[in-house]
Design a protein around this ligand. Sequence first.
Ligand SMILES: Cc1ncc(COP(=O)(O)O)c(C=O)c1O
Length: 350
Amino acid sequence: MSIQNLLRENIRKLKPYSSARDEFTGDAILFLDANENSADWVTGRGFNRYPDPHQRAVKRAIAEFRGLSSEQIFLGNGSDEAIDLLIRAFCEPGKEQILISDPSYGMYAVAAAVNDVETVKIPLKKDFQLDLLAMESAFTHRTKILFLCSPNNPSGNLLKKSDIFQLMEIFSGLTILDEAYIDFAAGASFLPELKKFPKLVILQTFSKAWGLAGLRAGMAFANPEIIAILEKIKHPYNMNSHTQKLLLQALNEKNRFEKFTALIIKEREKLKAELKNLPIVEKIYPSDANFLLVKFTNAATVFQKLLNMGIVVRDRSGQTHCQNCLRLTVGSPNENEILIKNLQKIASIK
Ligand SMILES: Cc1ncc(COP(=O)(O)O)c(C=O)c1O
């Protein structure tokens, strides 16, 4: 099915809002077209002006960094904005569905529910890989979007590439592959596959490896036809100018990005080795992300004891296949040492 046929009719017909900065770009002597305040009296740093609605400079820098074209990039207020817009553009409320594997990132189902779109959840296998047969038999004519998350949250593992290919080959809707943690999994991104799969959307974020969660900046990569749809329905100035400036600064620091990412990967492996020695740890799941899913002998007790020590981790015990599991974010070397020392105390080793 073509992208235009997958799209909701009201979105296909929509005439988008045209902002002042859509209608005029470039230099001028006076900008008196956007009802801004010419007095930059609060910061003196240009925040009296609206930002570039299409984040052209940032997109050029990302395009260069990732080997793409700007037309393949959407930028939003976190990847959560892209998740919401994709559901809104392609799923008819009260009628159509998204398909997700379970457990996975919680926002797919929340964004679907907000839009009155049903979520069909297919449990992952015990090793947190896709259950292909179950997924294939769950596709119906009402399934518009398949969400996959690799490396998966909360399990941390990459999904098998061949499984993702198999699903994309048979599914006629959009496949959204969330690669929020992909920079911690060297060389595993599906970005090179965008050319072959016109209905593939890849989500990435500045919140993890780029260390900019507070800025709220997420990326969707897809073929220009899908990106144009997202650009058409987004809020006009969805990324503020401060964020755009800081993203450009970050994208100019490729070496530091690589250095800090490598440090987290090294720390993850160190943390894994230390955790293995603890009698309260039953299993550490394989991780290609910046966190570890760890099965404890009694997760609730460990969680509470850590909390009493001032250390907050995430209890994922309530999720499918995650009984007695805590999700531990890999911190700085010093933070990881403190975590391990306190876990050793809980295990009464020291
Ligand atoms: C898989 C996954 N996708 C997306 C996000 C959110 O990203 P953002 O901060 O860009 O909204 C998270 C956050 O934890 C995540 O785990």
